[in-house]
Design a protein around this ligand. Structure first.
Ligand SMILES: NC(=O)C1=CN([C@@H]2O[C@H](COP(=O)(O)OP(=O)(O)OC[C@H]3O[C@@H](n4cnc5c(N)ncnc54)[C@H](O)[C@@H]3O)[C@@H](O)[C@H]2O)C=CC1
Ligand SMILES: CCCCC/C=C\C=C\C(=O)C/C=C\C/C=C\CCCC(=O)O
Length: 249
Protein backbone atom coordinates (compact mmCIF):
# COMPACT_ATOMS: atom_id res chain seq x y z
CA UNK A 1 0.00 0.00 0.00
CA UNK A 2 1.22 3.49 -0.80
CA UNK A 3 0.74 5.43 2.43
CA UNK A 4 1.95 8.88 1.40
CA UNK A 5 -0.76 11.53 1.69
CA UNK A 6 -3.37 8.97 2.68
CA UNK A 7 -5.59 9.90 5.63
CA UNK A 8 -6.45 7.92 8.77
CA UNK A 9 -8.91 8.42 11.61
CA UNK A 10 -8.04 6.65 14.88
CA UNK A 11 -10.29 6.54 17.95
CA UNK A 12 -8.98 6.21 21.52
CA UNK A 13 -5.61 7.41 20.24
CA UNK A 14 -4.47 9.73 23.04
CA UNK A 15 -2.31 6.94 24.44
CA UNK A 16 -1.49 3.25 24.20
CA UNK A 17 -2.02 1.25 21.02
CA UNK A 18 -3.93 4.03 19.23
CA UNK A 19 -1.13 6.52 19.81
CA UNK A 20 1.41 3.97 18.53
CA UNK A 21 -0.70 3.49 15.38
CA UNK A 22 -0.85 7.25 14.81
CA UNK A 23 2.92 7.54 15.20
CA UNK A 24 3.55 4.64 12.80
CA UNK A 25 1.21 5.98 10.11
CA UNK A 26 2.60 9.54 10.36
CA UNK A 27 6.14 8.18 10.03
CA UNK A 28 5.05 6.60 6.71
CA UNK A 29 3.90 9.96 5.38
CA UNK A 30 0.21 9.77 6.19
CA UNK A 31 -2.07 12.42 7.62
CA UNK A 32 -3.89 11.46 10.81
CA UNK A 33 -6.84 12.57 12.93
CA UNK A 34 -6.53 11.25 16.47
CA UNK A 35 -9.60 11.35 18.68
CA UNK A 36 -10.21 10.40 22.30
CA UNK A 37 -12.66 10.92 25.16
CA UNK A 38 -9.82 12.38 27.25
CA UNK A 39 -9.61 16.04 26.20
CA UNK A 40 -6.43 16.91 28.07
CA UNK A 41 -4.52 13.87 26.87
CA UNK A 42 -5.68 14.02 23.25
CA UNK A 43 -4.60 17.67 23.16
CA UNK A 44 -1.16 16.88 24.60
CA UNK A 45 -0.65 13.91 22.29
CA UNK A 46 -2.01 15.77 19.25
CA UNK A 47 0.26 18.76 19.83
CA UNK A 48 3.26 16.51 20.34
CA UNK A 49 2.59 14.57 17.12
CA UNK A 50 2.03 17.84 15.23
CA UNK A 51 5.39 19.17 16.47
CA UNK A 52 7.17 16.02 15.29
CA UNK A 53 5.31 15.31 12.03
CA UNK A 54 4.03 18.75 11.02
CA UNK A 55 0.88 20.68 11.87
CA UNK A 56 -0.37 20.15 8.33
CA UNK A 57 -0.44 16.38 8.94
CA UNK A 58 -2.15 16.07 12.34
CA UNK A 59 -5.50 17.02 13.80
CA UNK A 60 -7.04 16.00 17.08
CA UNK A 61 -10.61 15.96 18.33
CA UNK A 62 -12.47 15.09 21.50
CA UNK A 63 -14.77 12.15 20.81
CA UNK A 64 -16.54 9.70 23.06
CA UNK A 65 -17.30 6.86 20.64
CA UNK A 66 -20.71 6.46 22.34
CA UNK A 67 -21.68 9.95 21.16
CA UNK A 68 -22.89 9.96 17.55
CA UNK A 69 -22.65 13.75 17.11
CA UNK A 70 -19.05 13.83 18.35
CA UNK A 71 -18.18 10.84 16.15
CA UNK A 72 -19.74 12.47 13.06
CA UNK A 73 -17.77 15.62 13.85
CA UNK A 74 -14.51 13.64 13.73
CA UNK A 75 -15.25 12.58 10.14
CA UNK A 76 -16.34 16.11 9.23
CA UNK A 77 -13.24 17.88 10.58
CA UNK A 78 -11.01 15.27 8.94
CA UNK A 79 -12.65 15.72 5.54
CA UNK A 80 -12.58 19.51 5.94
CA UNK A 81 -8.85 19.54 6.68
CA UNK A 82 -7.51 16.64 4.58
CA UNK A 83 -10.26 16.31 1.90
CA UNK A 84 -10.39 12.53 2.13
CA UNK A 85 -10.41 9.49 4.45
CA UNK A 86 -8.69 6.20 3.58
CA UNK A 87 -8.27 4.24 6.82
CA UNK A 88 -10.50 4.19 9.91
CA UNK A 89 -9.22 2.44 13.04
CA UNK A 90 -11.89 1.79 15.66
CA UNK A 91 -9.46 1.37 18.54
CA UNK A 92 -11.17 2.88 21.62
CA UNK A 93 -11.95 0.23 24.21
CA UNK A 94 -12.31 -0.43 27.94
CA UNK A 95 -12.21 -3.46 30.25
CA UNK A 96 -14.28 -3.21 33.42
CA UNK A 97 -16.50 -6.18 34.26
CA UNK A 98 -18.16 -4.40 37.20
CA UNK A 99 -19.28 -1.63 34.87
CA UNK A 100 -20.23 -4.03 32.10
CA UNK A 101 -22.79 -1.80 30.39
CA UNK A 102 -19.99 0.64 29.65
CA UNK A 103 -17.90 -2.17 28.17
CA UNK A 104 -20.72 -3.05 25.75
CA UNK A 105 -21.38 0.60 24.92
CA UNK A 106 -17.76 1.57 24.23
CA UNK A 107 -16.36 -1.64 22.73
CA UNK A 108 -19.34 -2.91 20.76
CA UNK A 109 -21.71 0.00 20.18
CA UNK A 110 -18.78 2.37 19.62
CA UNK A 111 -17.32 0.00 17.03
CA UNK A 112 -20.71 -0.40 15.34
CA UNK A 113 -21.09 3.37 15.04
CA UNK A 114 -17.50 3.79 13.86
CA UNK A 115 -17.87 1.04 11.27
CA UNK A 116 -21.11 2.50 9.93
CA UNK A 117 -19.65 6.01 9.67
CA UNK A 118 -16.46 4.68 8.09
CA UNK A 119 -18.40 2.67 5.50
CA UNK A 120 -20.31 5.80 4.47
CA UNK A 121 -17.17 7.94 4.30
CA UNK A 122 -15.11 5.42 2.31
CA UNK A 123 -17.52 3.92 -0.22
CA UNK A 124 -16.91 5.15 -3.73
CA UNK A 125 -20.59 5.68 -4.59
CA UNK A 126 -20.84 8.22 -1.72
CA UNK A 127 -17.86 10.32 -2.78
CA UNK A 128 -15.17 8.28 -1.02
CA UNK A 129 -12.11 6.62 -2.55
CA UNK A 130 -12.54 3.15 -1.03
CA UNK A 131 -10.31 2.12 1.86
CA UNK A 132 -9.96 -0.09 4.88
CA UNK A 133 -11.64 -0.27 8.29
CA UNK A 134 -9.56 -1.79 11.09
CA UNK A 135 -11.52 -2.78 14.18
CA UNK A 136 -9.70 -3.44 17.43
CA UNK A 137 -10.75 -6.86 18.62
CA UNK A 138 -8.76 -9.05 21.06
CA UNK A 139 -7.57 -12.59 21.45
CA UNK A 140 -10.68 -12.77 23.64
CA UNK A 141 -12.78 -12.02 20.56
CA UNK A 142 -11.84 -15.41 19.13
CA UNK A 143 -11.37 -17.43 22.31
CA UNK A 144 -13.26 -17.23 25.61
CA UNK A 145 -12.01 -15.58 28.81
CA UNK A 146 -13.80 -16.75 31.96
CA UNK A 147 -12.35 -13.81 33.93
CA UNK A 148 -13.65 -11.20 31.47
CA UNK A 149 -16.93 -12.58 30.06
CA UNK A 150 -18.49 -9.27 29.06
CA UNK A 151 -15.26 -7.90 27.60
CA UNK A 152 -14.90 -11.12 25.64
CA UNK A 153 -18.54 -10.95 24.46
CA UNK A 154 -18.03 -7.37 23.28
CA UNK A 155 -14.96 -8.41 21.28
CA UNK A 156 -16.70 -11.47 19.79
CA UNK A 157 -19.29 -8.92 18.67
CA UNK A 158 -16.60 -6.78 17.06
CA UNK A 159 -15.35 -9.82 15.15
CA UNK A 160 -18.86 -10.67 13.91
CA UNK A 161 -19.49 -7.06 12.96
CA UNK A 162 -16.28 -6.94 10.93
CA UNK A 163 -16.97 -10.20 9.08
CA UNK A 164 -20.57 -9.21 8.35
CA UNK A 165 -19.70 -5.82 6.86
CA UNK A 166 -16.99 -7.52 4.81
CA UNK A 167 -19.65 -9.79 3.27
CA UNK A 168 -21.85 -6.93 2.05
CA UNK A 169 -21.87 -6.83 -1.76
CA UNK A 170 -22.25 -3.02 -1.79
CA UNK A 171 -19.07 -2.66 0.28
CA UNK A 172 -17.07 -4.95 -2.01
CA UNK A 173 -18.38 -3.11 -5.07
CA UNK A 174 -17.37 0.24 -3.57
CA UNK A 175 -13.86 -0.67 -2.52
CA UNK A 176 -14.29 -0.85 1.27
CA UNK A 177 -12.49 -3.60 3.17
CA UNK A 178 -13.13 -4.60 6.83
CA UNK A 179 -10.53 -6.27 9.03
CA UNK A 180 -9.68 -6.64 12.70
CA UNK A 181 -6.73 -7.15 15.02
CA UNK A 182 -6.88 -9.79 17.78
CA UNK A 183 -4.02 -9.20 20.22
CA UNK A 184 -3.06 -10.83 23.48
CA UNK A 185 -1.66 -8.69 26.26
CA UNK A 186 0.06 -5.48 25.14
CA UNK A 187 2.09 -3.25 27.44
CA UNK A 188 -0.27 -0.27 27.87
CA UNK A 189 -2.02 1.39 30.78
CA UNK A 190 -4.97 -0.98 30.25
CA UNK A 191 -2.80 -3.74 31.76
CA UNK A 192 -2.39 -2.45 35.30
CA UNK A 193 -0.07 -4.11 37.83
CA UNK A 194 -3.09 -5.88 39.38
CA UNK A 195 -4.18 -7.23 35.99
CA UNK A 196 -0.64 -8.32 35.29
CA UNK A 197 -0.63 -10.32 38.55
CA UNK A 198 -3.97 -11.90 37.61
CA UNK A 199 -2.68 -12.63 34.13
CA UNK A 200 0.40 -14.37 35.50
CA UNK A 201 -1.80 -16.52 37.74
CA UNK A 202 -4.07 -17.65 34.93
CA UNK A 203 -1.87 -17.53 31.84
CA UNK A 204 1.67 -17.99 33.17
CA UNK A 205 4.61 -15.66 33.55
CA UNK A 206 4.98 -14.42 29.98
CA UNK A 207 6.06 -10.94 29.05
CA UNK A 208 3.73 -8.30 27.66
CA UNK A 209 4.08 -7.41 23.98
CA UNK A 210 5.20 -3.90 23.08
CA UNK A 211 3.02 -1.51 21.09
CA UNK A 212 5.67 -1.78 18.33
CA UNK A 213 4.43 -5.31 17.68
CA UNK A 214 0.94 -3.87 17.19
CA UNK A 215 2.23 -1.33 14.68
CA UNK A 216 3.95 -4.16 12.81
CA UNK A 217 0.65 -6.08 12.82
CA UNK A 218 -1.25 -3.02 11.56
CA UNK A 219 1.09 -2.67 8.59
CA UNK A 220 0.76 -6.37 7.79
CA UNK A 221 -3.02 -5.98 7.82
CA UNK A 222 -2.87 -2.89 5.59
CA UNK A 223 -0.38 -4.39 3.14
CA UNK A 224 -1.84 -7.88 2.82
CA UNK A 225 -4.30 -8.48 0.03
CA UNK A 226 -7.17 -10.94 0.14
CA UNK A 227 -7.83 -10.38 3.87
CA UNK A 228 -11.29 -8.79 3.75
CA UNK A 229 -13.24 -9.96 6.82
CA UNK A 230 -10.16 -11.47 8.47
CA UNK A 231 -8.84 -11.09 12.01
CA UNK A 232 -5.08 -11.05 12.51
CA UNK A 233 -3.95 -12.68 15.75
CA UNK A 234 -1.10 -10.96 17.58
CA UNK A 235 0.02 -13.25 20.37
CA UNK A 236 3.68 -14.05 20.93
CA UNK A 237 2.71 -16.39 23.78
CA UNK A 238 1.57 -18.84 21.10
CA UNK A 239 4.04 -18.76 18.19
CA UNK A 240 1.73 -21.00 16.12
CA UNK A 241 -0.93 -18.27 16.17
CA UNK A 242 1.23 -15.13 16.15
CA UNK A 243 0.70 -12.89 13.09
CA UNK A 244 -1.62 -15.49 11.55
CA UNK A 245 -5.19 -14.92 10.40
CA UNK A 246 -7.80 -16.59 12.61
CA UNK A 247 -9.19 -19.56 10.80
CA UNK A 248 -12.91 -18.98 11.27
CA UNK A 249 -14.09 -19.91 7.77
N1 LIG B 1 -3.61 -3.64 26.03
C1 LIG B 1 -4.00 -4.88 25.70
O1 LIG B 1 -3.47 -5.86 26.24
C2 LIG B 1 -5.01 -5.12 24.67
C3 LIG B 1 -5.85 -4.11 24.22
N2 LIG B 1 -6.80 -4.41 23.27
C4 LIG B 1 -7.70 -3.36 22.78
O2 LIG B 1 -6.92 -2.33 22.19
C5 LIG B 1 -7.62 -1.09 22.29
C6 LIG B 1 -6.69 -0.04 22.88
O3 LIG B 1 -6.29 -0.47 24.15
P1 LIG B 1 -5.02 0.11 24.93
O4 LIG B 1 -4.28 1.06 24.10
O5 LIG B 1 -4.32 -1.03 25.51
O6 LIG B 1 -5.78 0.86 26.11
P2 LIG B 1 -5.52 2.25 26.84
O7 LIG B 1 -6.42 2.21 28.01
O8 LIG B 1 -4.09 2.51 27.04
O9 LIG B 1 -6.06 3.32 25.77
C7 LIG B 1 -7.40 3.39 25.44
C8 LIG B 1 -7.75 4.81 25.02
O10 LIG B 1 -9.15 4.80 24.71
C9 LIG B 1 -9.72 5.98 25.28
N3 LIG B 1 -11.14 5.75 25.51
C10 LIG B 1 -11.72 5.07 26.52
N4 LIG B 1 -13.05 5.15 26.41
C11 LIG B 1 -13.32 5.88 25.31
C12 LIG B 1 -14.50 6.31 24.68
N5 LIG B 1 -15.71 6.04 25.19
N6 LIG B 1 -14.41 7.03 23.54
C13 LIG B 1 -13.20 7.34 23.03
N7 LIG B 1 -12.04 7.00 23.60
C14 LIG B 1 -12.10 6.27 24.72
C15 LIG B 1 -8.93 6.23 26.55
O11 LIG B 1 -9.05 7.57 26.98
C16 LIG B 1 -7.53 5.85 26.12
O12 LIG B 1 -6.82 6.96 25.61
C17 LIG B 1 -8.87 -1.40 23.13
O13 LIG B 1 -9.96 -1.59 22.26
C18 LIG B 1 -8.52 -2.69 23.84
O14 LIG B 1 -9.68 -3.44 24.15
C19 LIG B 1 -6.93 -5.65 22.72
C20 LIG B 1 -6.14 -6.65 23.13
C21 LIG B 1 -5.11 -6.48 24.13
C1 LIG C 1 -7.28 -10.66 33.59
C2 LIG C 1 -6.80 -11.28 32.33
C3 LIG C 1 -5.76 -10.45 31.65
C4 LIG C 1 -5.29 -11.19 30.50
C5 LIG C 1 -4.34 -10.40 29.66
C6 LIG C 1 -4.16 -11.09 28.36
C7 LIG C 1 -4.69 -10.66 27.23
C8 LIG C 1 -5.37 -9.41 27.14
C9 LIG C 1 -6.23 -9.18 26.14
C10 LIG C 1 -7.06 -8.02 26.13
O1 LIG C 1 -7.83 -7.85 25.20
C11 LIG C 1 -6.97 -7.06 27.24
C12 LIG C 1 -8.16 -7.27 28.04
C13 LIG C 1 -8.25 -7.07 29.33
C14 LIG C 1 -7.21 -6.84 30.31
C15 LIG C 1 -7.35 -5.55 30.98
C16 LIG C 1 -8.11 -5.27 32.01
C17 LIG C 1 -8.98 -6.18 32.72
C18 LIG C 1 -9.83 -5.40 33.69
C19 LIG C 1 -10.78 -6.33 34.38
C20 LIG C 1 -11.78 -5.55 35.17
O2 LIG C 1 -11.50 -4.45 35.59
O3 LIG C 1 -12.88 -6.06 35.36
Amino acid sequence: MDFSNKVAIITGAARGIGKAFATGLLAKGMKVCISDINEELVTTTGQSLATTYGEQNVIFAVCDVRNEDQFKNVFQVTKNKFKRVDIVINNAGVADEENWGKVVDVNLKGSILGTQLAAEALRKDRGGHGGIVVNMCSIFGVQPCSILPVYSASKYGVFGLTKSFAEMPEMKENGVKFTCLCPGAIDTEMITDDIQQMRKKFFGDTSLMSTDVMTEALFKLLNDTDNNGEGLIVNQVDPDQHMKYFNSK
